[in-house]
Ligand binder design. Structure first.
Ligand SMILES: Cc1ncc(COP(=O)(O)O)c(C=O)c1O
Length: 428
């Protein structure tokens, strides 16, 4: 009989990739728990889409109620989309007060790019070397996360090294990183100009997730971003992965760095699984775009999407999930630090709140990636009932475990995650 995997290959080709060597087949979820087709229960320490927990009853009820009432074209008037835009922009710094909805993070970044071009008159983009911002034709052209042989990169795209966190308590490390980042931005602008292009947008994931999870500290990015702006471009903070309270220190990753972007793009966690994305920006940027541009999106910001988005915000606030992300994130980080003292393979633990990266290395001095072992670790963790992910700049040897559970993760989840990882590393 045809297996589900063979059926998938027949109907979808083998192109779209799956996680884990033995692909995971979930059928049900609740909070941080997921059950597979055989009824086995897993702890989800990876998924940021079910942001407030799988199938949170308040989100399910809110969307169900609205489904039963009305869901329609977004060219009509209704209140909840405005309520939602108001609530979302209220989480942002003053000035970032215009909100346009999309269905995905890719659509948000693509729209942000069109706005950047209209507002700046520029034509060139900068990203981190391994940044991923989505799947549209434009975003695929500036996708640094997938090193593809024979790909010709457009000459209007440049990459800028990840600014990175300050190195521990080393005196002056943040200052050194800030100077290096500003210099790298200058060099990127010079390269674009030498090629006959003008900067329009610098896109950055505020945790640099696909580069390997490198959230920059306060003060590291400010000078560089100011220089990019002085060169005519605008700065687009991609909060698709870190955003919406996950950092534990506020709503957004950029708050940790003490900067205010020109545009913020949102996606994955907003609807707890209902597809919602958004672009939040200043009025002058949106108006410059609409002076010549057009934006219509049949499904984005529809009444059910708005109900889902509002319910997610309500749950984060009423259940104190930002604070939970801070407390539980700190517990996981401390526990990982403790594991690093006993397992040589852990090269570094990075991140804050409930978005952490654990770099596995073959040698602590050279930091050679332990790619094969990392792959084994995520597969073995899954076999033992804990889902974690994999990221990193090196396509052939991705060696960073990505830990990014729903914000409702609790103390028992921390214990299970750490005990399972300890066991898997001990058996390597
Ligand atoms: C940082 C970042 N930006 C944008 C996207 C694209 O979002 P979507 O898959 O919803 O289009 C992703 C998806 O993984 C992402 O991680």
């Amino acid at each position: 009989m045809e297996s589900i995997l063979e059926r998938r290959h027949r109907l979808m080709t083998a192109g779209p990739r799956l996680y884990y060597d033995v692909p995971f087949h979930p059928v049900r979820g609740a909070g941080t728990a997921v059950w597979d087709i055989d009824g086995k229960r897993y702890l989800d320490c990876y998924n940021n889409v079910p942001h407030v927990g799988h199938c949170h009853p308040r989100v399910v009820q809110a969307t169900g109620r609205q489904e039963a009432l009305l869901n329609t074209n977004t060219r009509y008037l209704y209140d909840s989309v405005l309520d939602y835009a108001e609530r979302l922009t209220a989480t942002m710094p003053a000035g970032l007060d215009v909100c346009l909805f999309t269905c995905t993070g890719s659509e948000a970044n693509d729209l942000a790019w069109r706005m950047a071009r209209a507002f700046t008159g520029g034509d060139a983009a900068a990203t981190s070397p391994h940044g991923y911002h989505g799947n549209t034709t434009f975003l695929d052209m500036i996708d640094g996360s997938a090193a593809r042989e024979g790909r010709v990169a457009p000459d209007w795209w440049v990459t800028v090294a990840v600014p990175g966190p300050a190195d521990g308590d080393e005196p002056g490390a943040a200052r050194t990183r800030a100077t290096a980042f500003a210099r790298n931005i200058d060099a990127a602008v010079d390269t674009l100009r030498a090629r006959g292009h003008r900067p329009a947008a610098y896109f950055f994931d505020t945790y640099f997730c696909s580069d390997g999870v490198f959230p920059p500290d306060d003060g590291v990015m400010g000078d560089g971003l100011a220089r990019f702006r002085a060169a005519g471009g605008i700065c687009i903070a991609d909060e698709v992965q870190p955003g919406l309270g996950r950092t534990g220190e506020g709503w957004w990753g950029f708050e940790r760095m003490g900067i205010v972007p020109d545009v913020v793009t949102l996606g994955k966690p907003l609807g707890n699984g209902y597809p919602i994305g958004a672009v939040v920006t200043r009025r002058e940027i949106a108006e410059a775009f609409f002076a010549t541009g057009r934006y219509f999106n049949t499904f984005a910001g529809n009444p059910v999407a708005s109900a889902a988005g509002l319910a997610v915000l309500d749950v984060i606030e009423s259940e104190g999930l930002q604070d939970n992300a801070r407390r539980i994130g700190a517990r996981i980080r401390d526990g990982l630090g403790e594991l690093a003292r006993r397992h040589e393979i852990i090269g570094e633990v990075r991140g804050a709140g409930l978005l952490l990266g654990v770099e596995l290395v073959a040698d602590r001095a050279t930091r050679a990636p332990a790619g094969k072992e990392t792959r084994h670790v995520i597969n073995e963790m899954c076999r033992r009932g804990v889902l974690v992910g994999l990221t990193g700049p090196n396509r052939l040897a991705r060696n960073i475990l990505k830990i990014r559970p729903p914000l409702v993760a609790g103390d028992a989840d921390v214990d299970r995650l750490l005990a399972t990882l300890d066991g898997v590393l001990a058996d390597l």
